[in-house]
Design a binder for this molecule. Structure first.
Ligand code: FES
Length: 546
């Protein structure tokens, strides 16, 4: 027998796949190989057989042109790798931004018993005694360099202090947000989201995860029994309380689509937008994931939110999710605030409608400037991110603090892949004048670690003829977050005339994955999945060629 196992090692035992997204090309996931060994111990101990296999990995900072272009490809790889092999249950090992949603999407479409273990956040890095949030402080400091307030040498020194251990980014960026969503959805054991990557307690959790998946096979506990409508409602509520990434909106909609749970963009606003921010974590707050873990992590936060959560939702523990938070309290009420003493009263992601975004757009008030949440100004339009980069620092750029920066051609089909460029760097001219935020509107996404008054995910995107394609420099635009509206002050007749003059751009890819993606990707308001991947194919493969 291969691997030195005795002949009867496989007989009558659950075959447990360990779906591993470790890769040298994904620094945030590199340590998953080590965690896989602890998962295997738990699987053997509980009477299963661990079988590790690699899947596509997506390193957010490495992949060009954007990792989001490949999320659905990774989800397909996960789905088919699980389905085509003789497995009874699966452990999903993820970490970086896109790897967590891709794994949940793929596993949901197979619906074999599945449990996730995320890799955990990096330890807190410091510069001159101050904590540094990976990426969040990089965004802030790069603006300081451009404003002439920080030297390039100090910027480089600070950047290298940020990444001092294994793990994913440590603010509440997309990786931490999606790890939190996986825990709240019930797809991980408690505390999976926040234990720092190098902490020995994460290895213990890996061991326990390995044990637990074997029992899940005997219990036939599948993702469709865990990721139910109440579980998604809990996720949307916690997303508000943590000041989570706007990218989570797209990923939650896509995961829900795979598992057959009706969840809409309007649900995101209705369920979550009026809820408070309770966790003091970057980019909405000041601290990092290590502090969140020390303060009690997701279980302590859910205990604070217990009165508004659906406690009966089933978790991978085989027990109602409320048992994950019962008896937990935070040890630091400055880090996890009581529900009646929030950091911000209404902090959830808001969904906007209007003649500029008939299928919706999102804005994250907790990362925005309060004085810009109601704002009217003239548009300054950029047709692509390349156009933006070429002109933004021109000293002759006609821009003031009132200007609304508009970027198009960056949606799911147009770029393609909807890159994280919606938090457009401010014009150098404005930075030097002391301006630190402006209203920005685009069909792009924004890094979960970023901040600013940025209207994102405008749908339909410009490339498919959404009204964003018709805006002209000088048009006046009103953003009104309290009334959830985004208005282009151009008459319907004028817009109709502009539409007649508009020509759809040619697709930027003619072959390969990019072409398949362009032909089938859905708009941001439904999660950017490929239209033929929505739903489940199940775990059965009816034909056999051996
Ligand atoms: Fe991987 Fe931030 S780059 S989590």
């Amino acid at each position: 027998m291969k691997r030195g196992l005795p002949d009867d090692a496989f007989s009558g035992k659950p075959m447990i796949g360990i779906c591993n997204s470790a890769s040298d090309l994904t620094p945030c996931n590199q340590h998953l190989d080590e965690l896989a060994e602890f998962v295997k111990r738990g699987v053997w101990e509980a009477g299963g057989v661990p079988l590790e296999f690699p899947v596509t990995s997506l390193g957010e900072t490495q992949i060009q042109p954007t990792a989001a272009l490949l999320r659905n490809l990774m989800a397909m790889d996960v789905e088919e790798s699980i389905r085509c092999n003789p497995l009874d249950g699966v452990v999903l090992l993820s970490g970086c931004d896109k790897t967590t949603p891709a794994m949940l999407m793929g596993a949901a479409s197979v619906d074999l018993p599945s449990i996730m273990l995320t890799g955990g956040p990096m330890l807190t890095g410091r510069h001159r005694g101050a904590p540094l949030g990976s990426a969040t402080d990089m965004w802030r400091m790069s603006e300081e360099v451009r404003a002439g307030k920080m030297s390039a040498e100090e910027f480089v020194a600070t950047e290298s202090s940020m990444t001092r251990s294994a793990g994913h980014c440590n603010p509440m960026g997309t990786a931490s947000t999606m790890a939190s969503m996986a825990e709240v959805l019930g797809m991980t054991l408690p505390q999976s989201a926040s234990i720092p990557a190098p902490d020995t307690r994460r290895k213990q959790l890996a061991h326990l995860t390995g044990r637990r998946i074997v029992h899940m096979v005997y219990e036939d506990l599948r993702p469709s029994k865990v990721m139910t409508r109440p579980a998604f409602e809990n996720a949307v509520k916690v997303l508000s309380a943590i000041g989570g990434s706007t990218n989570a909106v797209i990923h939650l909609l896509a995961i829900a689509g795979r598992v057959g749970v009706p969840l809409t963009l309007d649900d995101i606003d209705r369920i979550g937008s009026r809820l408070p921010l309770l966790v003091d974590i970057m980019p909405a707050g000041n601290r990092l994931m290590e502090d969140f873990f020390e303060a009690g992590g997701i279980p302590a936060l859910m205990a604070e939110l217990a009165s508004i959560l659906e406690g009966d939702a089933l978790a991978v523990t085989g027990r109602p999710i409320r048992e994950s938070w019962q008896g937990r309290t935070t040890s630091d009420t400055t880090m996890i605030r009581p529900l009646d003493q929030p950091i911000i009263e209404e902090a959830g992601i808001a969904v906007l409608r209007g003649n500029l975004c008939p299928q919706g757009a999102v804005v994250k008030p907790s990362a925005a400037s309060p004085e810009l949440l109601v704002h009217t100004g003239p548009a300054l339009v950029f047709d692509s991110i390349e156009d933006f980069k070429a002109r933004v620092d021109d000293p002759l750029l006609d821009v003031t603090a009132e200007t609304v920066l508009v970027l198009r051609g960056c949606g799911p089909r147009g770029y393609p892949g909807m890159p994280e460029v919606g938090n457009m760097p401010l014009p150098e001219k404005m930075l030097k004048a002391g301006v630190r935020d402006m209203v920005r509107i685009s069909d792009a996404r924004m890094s979960g670690t970023a901040f600013g008054t940025t209207v994102l995910h405008v749908a339909p995107e410009s490339t498919v003829g959404g009204p964003l394609a018709l805006v002209r420099t000088g048009d006046r635009i009103t953003l009104d977050v309290p009334s959830r509206s985004l208005t282009l002050h151009v008459s319907d007749d004028d817009l109709e005339q502009r539409r007649k003059e508009w020509h759809a751009p040619a697709p930027v890819a003619t072959r390969g994955w990019s072409r398949l993606y362009i032909d089938h990707v859905m708009q941001a308001d439904t999660g950017c999945d490929l239209d033929f991947l929505v739903g489940s194919s199940g775990s059965e493969v009816t034909r056999e060629s051996h």
